[in-house]
Design a protein around this ligand. Structure first.
Ligand SMILES: [Zn+2]
Length: 559
């Protein structure tokens, strides 16, 4: 079931004018190593690749495109053959080899026609990624900063598209019509910046478009491997384990995003009642936790009187969380000693409050049940208790590992009258600070090779062995601050209780997916962890199979 999400449609949309030959050649030469590197992380991946080349209005061949062809799973087991009897990767490479960069009268190009052709491709996989490579913007002053009065040769259509099409409409056909999961843009210079900024406004979800600025075309393959992997990892984390439908995709009701931290002096105070799991770490031992989990006992709840009043932003600040919306908030509870409100912003504890996203097939009442928020909190508490035990064991065994902790979570209920029942529930936790937020792994075998952390990989392995295979803590994300990992939103795999620990609990299947890509490192060895039969043998599988990303994988293997 989980493996249904291990499929990817990857469409290249490439500017085929003048100076683009080097980029086109890079895609042709590197596409197989890109495919190998992505498949290395997702061994069961079914990969289909398409190519769209666009030029300008008056060029002889404005659009050339190849619809999706399936890439063979490995060079030794070529089974997927296209109608013409040739393997997909060869068809793709032959097609791209036939493209010669030329044309393009002025500096701006007919980008819209390229995107239109991409929307018309036969997309069908659970994960759909568009990779756009260009060194020139779309026609129209709203997409570039060219001075067309001084130099009309830069854009012959400064008023915009010659055919009167709108960017919002074309992007909507890609995002909602073709259900493209992510639009990735590679900037080869700065003149495409305004176009992508404008696309972000026009498409209705700024986070849908991701971009990188390249200093050299040779960086392309590695960046494409990363964006392919994170696209597949994103939907794997919500694999349809609980009857969400076979496709593995679920359309959520979208909310507008605001990345700004509100001016808290202008925000309204909201009364809440808070609860937390009542287990002082060190007293409630990891062993006791495990026996409670195995017995199916709920974790004990106590009131959290530190949070009685909050202020919360009206809109979430990001949309990339898989199941929940995050909101900036502050704890505005009057201090206990004086009873006076905490007036200074600095004194107010910064929080992140989270609510579940609502799939379009569910009602508010179905989504926002207290039990779901409680389950989310319990998942993080289990990870927190196990992390404390892990730190202790690493210290006792003199293993060179960094400390790991999970931020403490509270369950919040808005108590003011008039608030609809389904809008009352949140989880709240301190805002992570002191480092860049990073996703290090997911719950289905994805390992962030660009920021590989031996301690975190070993922690996941350790949780499985320590619990005799009952539990596994995965999906590790957060910050590295002052030499220690502070994490949030983990997943817990628990085969004995698939009904606990939220829908990211993939049970035994999830543990298998972890081991398929896990290589034991120095921290694993120091802790005496036994390799699992599913682990790649010899410990060199990644290095042998992939030419892209492998070096960095080993380079970063510091604890
Ligand atoms: Zn290991």
């Amino acid at each position: 079931m989980v493996l249904l999400s291990q499929e990817l449609d990857l469409a290249f949309v490439v500017d085929g004018t003048g100076s683009m030959q080097k980029s086109i050649d890079t895609v042709r030469k590197e596409v197989n190593s890109i495919a190998r590197a992505v498949r290395d992380r997702f061994p069961a991946l079914c990969l289909r690749v398409a190519f769209v080349c666009y030029r300008d209005y008056n060029d002889a061949a404005p659009i050339t495109s190849l619809d999706f062809v399936e890439f063979p799973r490995s060079a030794s087991a070529r089974s997927s053959v296209t109608a013409g009897g040739q393997e997909g990767d060869r068809v793709f490479q032959d097609f791209v080899a036939g493209i010669k960069a030329d044309g393009g009268d002025d500096d701006a190009e007919d980008v819209f026609s390229g995107l239109e052709a991409a929307a018309a491709l036969s997309w069908r996989s659970a994960n759909r990624l568009l990779v756009h490579i260009a060194d020139a913007p779309m026609h129209g002053q709203r997409y570039h900063t060219f001075d067309c009065t001084a130099n009309p040769k830069r854009d012959a259509y400064p008023e915009g598209d010659k055919n009167g099409r709108s960017g919002a409409d074309i992007l909507d056909r890609l995002r909602r019509g073709a259900c493209v999961t992510k639009y990735y843009f590679a900037h080869l210079n700065s003149c495409t910046q305004k176009m992508i900024d404008t696309f972000r406004e026009e498409c209705g979800d700024p986070d849908w478009i991701q971009s990188d600025t390249l200093s050299n075309v040779s960086q392309l393959p590695e960046l494409i491997v990363e964006v392919c992997s994170s696209t597949v990892a994103g939907t794997l984390a919500t694999a349809p384990v609980r009857g969400l439908g076979r496709s593995g995709r679920r359309e959520v009701i979208r909310l507008p995003i605001s990345r700004l931290v509100p001016d808290w002096t202008k925000e309204r105070e909201v009364p809440v009642s808070a609860q937390k799991v009542g287990l002082p770490i060190g007293i409630y031992s990891a062993a006791r936790l495990l026996s409670d989990v195995r017995a199916g006992k709920p974790l004990p709840l106590v009131p959290n009187s530190d949070i009685r009043t909050i202020k919360i932003a009206a809109q979430p600040f990001a949309s990339d969380g898989v199941t929940r919306w995050p909101f900036y908030a502050v704890n505005a509870t009057p201090s206990a000693s004086t009873g006076s409100p905490r007036s200074q912003q600095q004194q107010q504890q910064q929080l992140v409050m989270k609510r579940f996203k609502r799939p379009s097939c569910k009602t508010e009442v179905q989504v926002h049940r207290r039990e779901r928020y409680l389950e989310q909190m319990e998942t993080q508490v289990v990870a927190e208790v196990l992390a404390a035990e892990f730190n202790t064991q690493a210290r006792l065994k003199n293993v060179q590992a960094k400390e790991i902790s999970f931020v403490p979570v509270s369950l919040l209920r808005v108590t003011e009258s008039g608030c609809p029942e389904e809008k009352r529930w949140f989880t709240a936790e301190p805002l992570l600070q002191g480092g860049a937020f990073t996703r290090f792994s997911n719950n289905a075998g994805y390992v962030n090779a660009n920021d590989y952390r031996a301690t975190l990989q070993a922690f996941t392995h350790w949780t499985h062995q320590f619990s005799d295979g009952v539990l596994m803590v995965t999906d590790l994300q957060g910050v590295l601050a002052d030499g220690r990992f502070v994490l949030t939103d983990p997943a817990v795999h628990c085969g004995e209780h698939l009904d606990r620990f939220t829908s990211t609990n993939l049970g035994e299947e999830g543990a298998k997916l972890f081991f398929q890509t896990h290589e034991c490192n120095g921290v694993c060895k120091g802790l005496g962890l036994r390799p699992h039969p599913l682990q790649p043998s010899g410990g060199h599988r990644l290095g042998m199979v992939t030419s892209v990303g492998a070096d960095r994988y080993y380079d970063k293997a510091s604890p």
